[in-house]
Ligand binder design. Structure first.
Ligand SMILES: O=C[C@H](O)[C@@H](O)CC(=O)C(=O)O
Ligand SMILES: [Zn+2]
Length: 280
């Protein structure tokens, strides 16, 4: 069992604008989140969000504590959310076992203690996407099914962006301190996410792209609206978005993505839409 934690310092807009492709990737992109038998975590200093992939194979993977939080146990001062995008699996926390099917989620309140992850079937391992942010109170731990998610239908086939935003960790679905998490799915042939683009300096965001064929790529756009850059991403790559950056992508084929935010407020609709005229 391996738990690795890499740390990403904050990159400001002036620095980002001067970086080349590899420099941008070093600052913002997390490649291949899921590795067999590993918990692969990134501690981002953007709102201290932790982003990880946990892929249990033969043995369960336990996250009891990580040095980066400086706390006795991982969730002593944090909340977490887990979305399973693989085969069925179990998350054990606070003396209870939660069976998470494909695209089911678990919100975990502060103080719940060690997390243990297991796949039901070695041939079809669970892929647990893990997010964690600092918390200030304990909210109840909730198993969130696909049906429970709040659905927002947006876009159109004509604009190649017809999609459904499934809000899993959202005030209308379950209580949380900072975390907002959801999963966006597309109508066949629609390839554009989050266009028209927006920024929200009150909250950071992170996208995990998944459900893609091996050769499919996402052209993910980031940067200040007047200084956009792109990074090319493949299946199971994730990308950080500071509050000053747009976060929008177009895929060369079918994909879905999980978005997650942390910061000063929990109002999903608190976004500053970027007029098309302002994009450069
Ligand atoms: O702040 C909200 C996030 O960027 C996402 O929810 C956007 C998204 O899922 C989409 O437009 O498809
Ligand atoms: Zn956003």
């Amino acid at each position: 069992m391996t738990i690795s934690v890499s740390v990403r310092q904050v990159v400001g807009p002036e620095d980002a604008a001067r970086r080349d492709t590899q420099g941008l990737r070093d600052g913002f992109v997390m490649e291949d989140l899921f590795r067999p038998g590993e918990a692969n975590l990134t501690y981002s200093h953007l709102d201290r969000m932790i982003v990880g992939g946990v892929m249990p194979d033969t043995k369960p993977i336990e996250i009891a504590a990580i040095a980066q939080t400086g706390t006795e146990r991982f969730l002593d001062r944090r909340e977490a959310a887990i979305v399973n995008i693989g085969g069925a699996g179990t998350v054990r926390v606070g003396g209870k076992a939660y069976e998470l099917g494909f695209q089911e989620a678990l919100y975990i309140g502060m103080g719940e203690g060690a997390l243990s992850f297991a796949s039901r079937n070695q041939g079809e391992p669970a892929l647990f996407y893990l997010l964690s942010a600092p918390a200030h109170r304990t909210c109840p731990t909730v198993h969130i099914t696909r049906e429970m998610a709040r659905k927002v239908v947006v876009g159109s086939a004509e604009e190649s962006n017809a999609r459904t935003i499934n809000q899993y960790v959202h005030p209308d679905v379950c209580d949380s301190c900072q975390l907002l998490v959801g999963l966006t799915m597309f109508e066949p042939g629609s390839v554009w996410n989050t266009m028209p683009a927006h920024v929200h300096d009150r909250r950071m965001e992170v996208y995990l792209y998944f459900g893609m064929q091996e050769q499919t790529r996402i052209f993910h756009f980031m940067g200040e609206p007047s200084e956009t850059r792109h990074v090319v991403l493949k299946n199971h790559d994730a990308v950080l978005s500071p509050g000053w950056s747009i976060h929008s992508g177009a895929g060369t084929g079918r994909y879905a993505f999980i978005w997650a935010m942390a910061g000063d407020n929990m109002s999903f609709t608190d976004m500053d839409k970027v007029p098309m005229e302002d994009l450069r």
